[in-house]
Design a binder for this molecule. Structure first.
Ligand code: DLL
Length: 435
């Protein structure tokens, strides 16, 4: 039996959903044009006015927004409501200098939590459940989003945040948690720890997990399902569009339904910006049609995926997105933290190293590792062993300061990092997260 949080919306006939989107888009464009001078300028430059947008068929006329725009307009430049009406911010992890900050009115928080409630319900959650939220709390959207969704559904909510794995397992056993929300890599780690503690899935009551915020494979899904004795559901979202719950998986476990009453999805060619027909692989672009405080229009996510309207056995008519298959920029997600190679390069240069380096990312025992190989010049190289170790320590600390996660730094002899004749290969990602 399939469960819905809001059946009317989730199973709405296509034509009705389009009508709803049309109305909301027209209203939203007007709201943004009148209240966000930054976006008005982009529209003016493109020669588009709100009168040109009569339905979703006109969406392609609007300019795109990118992460660069968000940095440019930081912190308040894209705000569409007076501060007096905003009640919350959230922010993404690990971006350079200027972080991305998203704003919420109470109405926005409610809509966001509602999206998360849909995800929890689709995973079988009801008010009989005990929902353990082990995503990070704080600026990261994972903890607060799923926490709010869990409250809405009426689950007994355990706001654990991430970390302290043995305590997670103890609470899980003592309180009889039935739903676990965390990143897939943390779920796998909890599974391993359970085993190390001499326990089996029969010793816990978990039945479902809601895992997202980073790429994960079908193999990883099977491994987690087995180690915890659960059904594992994917959930997608990004801070810029509110957080988790933009899309969620249903019992069919074959792609995530996008909450189309709140977000219009498009797939574009990342090089030309041209809108591609349904079924094409390309960059996912979102327009939020219900958010008040931070309503981004045509925001380029950089996530590469495919959209599909194929009939779903769960009865939902909401369009489905595939698992993200990569990114159209060079952002890496390491232990849930967004990392750009350029951030590491900036630190190296600041610390007096030449930009001869290589970043190696791997996944060992389901946890991401980050190794940074940095070449010393002749002068640096003649140092003593202790001197080199001290330099490695200082560099580790400086990188950690910027990224929020700790790398393993290896200083290597001059001229040992291969020079490239074309584009430098700065990153070796051995994780094989995409098929
Ligand atoms: O990761 C929001 C979130 C929290 C989603 C909890 C799901 C669960 P950001 O930190 O802004 O927000 O990172 C957003 O993470 O553009 C994707 O590249 C990636 N991402 C998010 N969910 C998935 C997923 C949160 N299910 C960026 N599969 C996005 C693959 C994902 N990648």
């Amino acid at each position: 039996m399939e469960n819905y949080w809001n059946k009317e919306i989730e199973c709405m006939p296509r034509e009705e959903m389009k009508k709803l989107q049309d109305e909301r888009l027209v209203k939203q464009v007007k709201h943004v044009y009148e209240n966000v001078p930054y976006y008005k300028k982009l529209m003016d430059e493109k020669g588009v006015t709100p009168d040109d947008i009569k339905s979703t068929d006109d969406l392609h006329k609007l300019p795109f927004l990118t992460k660069a725009d968000l940095r440019d307009a930081y912190p308040y430049g894209l705000l569409a409501k007076p501060l007096s009406e905003c009640v919350r911010i959230q922010s993404t992890s690990g971006t350079t200098g200027r972080r991305v900050v998203a704003f919420y009115t109470q109405h926005d928080v409610d809509l966001w939590e509602d999206c998360c409630a849909r995800a929890i319900t689709a995973a079988g959650g009801t008010n009989e459940d005990v929902c353990q939220v082990a995503y990070g709390y704080g600026l990261f959207t994972g903890g607060p989003g799923l926490n709010g969704g869990s409250h809405k559904v009426g689950c007994l909510t355990l706001p654990m945040s991430s970390g302290n794995t043995e305590r997670q397992i103890q609470f899980m056993r003592d309180l009889g948690s039935t739903i676990l929300c965390c990143t897939p890599s943390y779920a796998a780690y909890i599974g391993e720890t359970l085993k190390e503690m001499g326990l089996t899935p029969d010793d816990i009551k978990l039945k479902a997990g809601i895992f997202g915020a980073e790429p994960w494979t079908e193999e990883m899904r099977r491994e987690i399902e087995k180690s915890l004795g659960i059904k594992a559901y994917d959930i997608y979202g990004l801070t810029e569009t509110s957080g988790p719950g933009v899309a969620f998986e249903c019992s069919e476990q074959s792609g995530m339904h996008i909450n189309e009453d709140n977000f219009i999805a498009e797939i574009i060619d990342p090089d030309t910006g041209e809108v591609l027909p349904e079924g094409s692989k390309g960059e996912l672009v979102f327009t939020s049609i219900t958010k008040e405080a931070f309503p981004l229009l045509r925001y380029r996510t950089r996530d590469i995926c495919v959209l599909s309207r194929k009939k779903c056995s769960c009865g939902r008519t909401l369009i489905k997105m595939s698992k993200p298959m990569g990114r159209s920029d060079d952002m890496l997600i390491i232990r849930g933290v967004n990392v750009f190679p350029s951030q590491i390069e900036t630190v190296l240069i600041e610390q007096g190293y030449a930009p001869n380096y290589q970043i190696e990312v791997d996944r060992v025992n389901n946890s991401d590792t980050l190794d940074v190989y940095v070449e010393m010049n002749e002068e640096q190289f003649t140092d003593t062993v202790k001197g080199i170790q001290d330099k490695e320590k200082a560099l580790t600390a400086a990188i950690k300061q910027i990224l929020g996660i700790s790398p393993k730094v290896h200083l290597v002899s001059p001229k040992t990092i291969a020079r490239s004749e074309g584009k430098a290969v700065r990153v070796i990602d051995k994780r094989k997260l995409h098929d």
